[in-house]
Design a protein around this ligand. Sequence first.
Ligand code: ZN
Length: 488
Amino acid sequence: MDVSSQAITAREFIKQVGRLTPRRQGNSIPLHRPLLLLWLLGRAASGAPRLVYWREVRPAFEKLAANYGNGADGDAAVYPFWVLHANNRLWEIEDPERLVLTSGGRRPTRASLDAVNPAAGFPQATYDLLVAKPEVIAQAAANLLVRYFNPIPDGLLADLGLLHLIAGHEVEALAPIPGTDLYDDRAAIYEAHGGQRFAGIGPLEDGLTCLFSDEKGPYSDRRIPGTGLIEYRGDGLVGDQRLTGGNSTLYECQRQRVAVRYWHKPHDEPWRFETWAVVVDRRRVWGKGADHKWRREFAWILAPVNSPFRDTWTLQVQELLAEDDGETHDDTAGTEAPAADNPDDARDRYQKFCDSVASRERHNRGRSTRQQSDRYFRSAQARLAVLLRAEGRCENPECTGQPEDLTDKGDPILEVDHVDELAKGGRDHPEAMIALCPNCHAIKTRGKSRHVLRRKLKLEALRRHTKWSAGGTDTPKILAEEASSHEV
Ligand code: ZN
């Protein structure tokens, strides 16, 4: 069958490009394959003939490989020249049977390439597509650049003949574009961009990794208040999450500082590709699995970026990356799952959460984004402690009744609140926090009696904390006595 006579669509071509991966050599990844493909795209962009002879490819490519190849060997050109044909079907070599293969049979010898001097090029259908649609060249090139030449080295685009086509348009070339299109469901995204239909973490057919975050669940993803950062819960519905599957994909993105596409679906709204984002921190936190049981989850902290190209990232994002030591920051360390099986257990767990909150309280008193994010996770632990202490009931002693309903995860409808606003010096600790039903929370926030209520809640939080703490020695005695006067 003559492959070159079949029509190829832009999507099929981008999918081929997305599948291209360079071979690894130990820790280094020689970039021969993407580099040769970029060179071919540059030729197509400049209207050069479809076929090019080996004797022309070799010197041109070896020069590129020496400058941009990330570790080229003596036979720099042989390998991609052959592999793009034999493995990837991205281009074709005329009469390849005339070539003598190496003893391993994996590629032709250089001597035989030099002697036969075969012509090679994109299949006719691909070439026709690229000549007719330069935007496909731009998309394919931007895809290779973002994955393998990021930031784009000085001079590369000019040397490839791609300067005019994509310089300054690299991000727009990478369809889909953030914020533009809406999709009713995951199936619609799959129809438009391929990839996979269900997983939370995975690539589209162009090979670039995506995160999918549905506000309805099952994961508790959210924007971290006051920071602009996104908390994305890892892969794995039940039991402690591990660094496998999608989590290991994200781990690689974090390690290599590769941006991902962040997709979001707000309640009762369609899906959208919200923003490019880069992982700036990896934490381990308590969360509830699909079986309603507490387990350790990964909280991936993402910083939104306008473009996946690293040299465009803001100073703030670069600082966050510089502060990332790549380790897992374990917010579950020293604490047990916040499940109250029996009252004594619950007190023990409460105390451990308080200890953990206090031990972190010493650090990070400033206001950098990193510190704000740290404080948020310390608050998360303090919130878990307060929920444990509340035992499912509103902590306002004057509460007239809370909704009997539960959330999908089986939790009571309670909101944990800082009695005094953090911004006004409130302490980020269970002794200054309280669990309230939505009614009491509303009164405390905007009711006429809010000032009186706040004073009462302050004492109540302290009273309960003292009662629940092992010794309660850190509580001023007078306040504890005042608080207990509210007991009926
Ligand atoms: Zn209440």
